[in-house]
Design a protein around this ligand. Structure first.
Ligand SMILES: [Zn+2]
Length: 104
């Protein structure tokens, strides 16, 4: 899996692949996890392809929210919505920019 680290607002973030429960305590799908104390993103090993890229971007957005303190001033649901929307946007931008041969 690439990359093994990413850059966040407050410095490097480790990226690793390790087993996670597929659902969290709210019974929601858990494909990835950002640990702000360890500055580590963990991606479930069974998540592959485009979903893996989207999950990585989703967790990176969580790191940005934590680095700027925004995760503390909005609700958990709002954190998830921001991470979901921006994670999808970032993953699709990277995916389609690689396929667009007409980009100057
Ligand atoms: Zn999330």
């Amino acid at each position: 899996m690439k990359p093994r680290s990413m850059w966040g607002a407050h410095g490097p973030i480790s990226v690793r692949v390790a087993t996670l429960p597929f659902v969290d305590e709210s019974n929601e799908s858990l494909y990835g996890l950002y640990d702000a104390d360890a500055r580590t993103i963990t991606i479930h090993p069974e998540i592959t392809g485009y979903l893996r890229a989207e999950t990585l971007e989703h967790e990176w957005v969580h790191s940005v929210l934590a680095d700027c303190g925004c995760d503390q001033i909005i609700t958990r649901d709002q954190n998830e919505w921001v991470a979901m929307v921006l994670g999808k946007a970032l993953a699709s931008r990277l995916h389609y920019s690689k396929r667009n041969t007409h980009t100057p």
